[in-house]
Design a protein. Structure first.
Length: 400
């Protein structure tokens, strides 16, 4: 009715002085009036009550809302004991604005682009500094998330790296490592993010694994990574029974770097019998056949697989259901795709902290409906049984 009346009278619906802004002003002013009435214990014009605990009018301040800046009058009492809840003291933005800024930032928009979006859509003038202040609030939550307690055991951990450009004297690529776990319930959980300098070794990985263990992670059945130097030695020191497995998908992808585009399909077809072989001996035979057929043209591919062979073969001794979990990198690939989109929009970051903050916000915006986590658990019972048998009961329900 209000919208129709506004249109018939030629009133503006949105923007400065529009109907939505006027309605928002009325709501924001009437709510504190109700709050102070409840606080003082008498109505606004009750003379008897005012003698006991007088009110002192109020003060005006501008609050940034989803429909633009709104000037409101917030009531006060003489004793200064009234604490408004809808618009708290010193609050200049309503929660919706903060959530909108964080959501846009998580999607990769720069501070300038967010400011332009708010000005264009809501008529709200928000400075880059204000947006930076809002996004800085996530740092405290990020520290809490990075140090939260973990399950006692995970069937599989996936380690992967995303390269980001950081300006530290000069702009250079730096890796940020993401750890995705498969839980006993079959869901995927991101355990944390760590920044490196590209020259990580056993000492660095020992620090990361010790941190995970201190958070409650006592056992990992299999750890999947892409040939990170020094990682197997660090794993053995922290979790001696953990099997380190080279990521087969990354191994295939790296193989194509050395092959001409017209040969990709042929190389993929020739390598498939290797990683689908029923045993390590059978895989060795198939690899020798691949080497004979393609070693002359692509010796770098043969060397790539030979160097990674010790970390490639472990999963060949397990049930096909376990192999599916190890080879399926959809979960971590979807995570990386979201991170890359956010990072690419920024270009480069002034420091390591800014890069980690951006990646953290991108991770927190993943799977907002929860459908992704539910989808991963749909076919989990068969792999769970396979892990339980293959790893001698290390995944009993009481371990979770």
């Amino acid at each position: 009715m209000l919208v129709e009346r506004a249109r018939s009278e030629g009133l503006q619906l949105t923007g400065q002085g529009g109907l939505l802004q006027q309605l928002t002003k009325r709501v924001l002013e009437s709510a504190p009036e109700g709050e102070i009435t409840d606080h003082l214990g008498y109505e606004k014009h009750d003379a008897a009550g005012a003698v006991a605990t007088p009110a002192t009018g109020g003060r005006a301040k501008t609050v940034l809302t989803d429909v633009g800046p709104v000037e409101v009058k917030v009531p006060r009492d003489a004793s200064g004991t009234f604490e408004p809840q809808i618009i708290k003291k010193r609050q200049r933005r309503l929660t919706g604005v903060d959530e909108m800024v964080l959501s846009l930032s998580a999607k990769g928009l720069t501070h300038g682009e967010i400011a332009a979006h708010l000005a264009e859509v809501y008529g709200a003038e928000v400075s880059k500094q204000t947006i930076s202040t809002i996004t800085d609030k996530v740092v405290e939550g990020m520290a809490e998330w990075q140090n939260r307690p973990l399950d006692r055991v995970y069937p599989v951990l996936f380690f992967d790296a995303i390269n980001v450009k950081i300006r530290d004297g000069k702009v250079a690529n730096r890796p940020v490592y993401v750890v995705v776990a498969v839980t006993v319930d079959g869901t995927r959980d991101i355990l944390g993010i760590w920044a490196g300098d590209g020259g990580e070794g056993a000492k660095y990985w020992l620090h990361v694994f010790t941190e995970l263990k201190n958070r409650g992670l006592d056992d990992v059945l299999m750890l999947v990574c892409d040939g990170l130097k020094g990682l197997p030695e660090a794993v053995e020191a922290v979790w001696p029974r953990t099997i380190v497995q080279t990521c087969v998908v990354h191994l295939l992808r790296n193989s194509f770097r050395y092959a001409a585009r017209q040969d990709w399909d042929k190389v993929a077809k020739a390598l498939k019998p290797v990683y689908t072989a029923p045993s390590e001996d059978a895989a060795t035979e198939r690899f020798l056949e691949f080497q004979e057929a393609w070693g002359g043209k692509y010796p770098a591919i043969v060397k790539l697989w030979s160097d990674a062979w010790a970390e490639f073969v472990p999963f060949l001794s397990f049930d096909v259901e376990i192999r599916k979990v190890i080879c399926s990198t959809n979960a971590i690939e979807s995570v990386n795709a979201r991170i890359r989109r956010a990072v690419r929009a920024r270009g480069h970051f002034p420091n390591e902290a800014a890069a980690l903050k951006c990646i953290y916000m991108a991770l927190m915006s993943l799977d907002p409906t929860g459908k992704g986590r539910k989808r991963w658990t749909m076919h989990w019972k068969a792999p769970l049984n396979a892990f339980q048998i293959a790893f001698e009961g290390r995944l009993t329900p009481s371990n979770n």
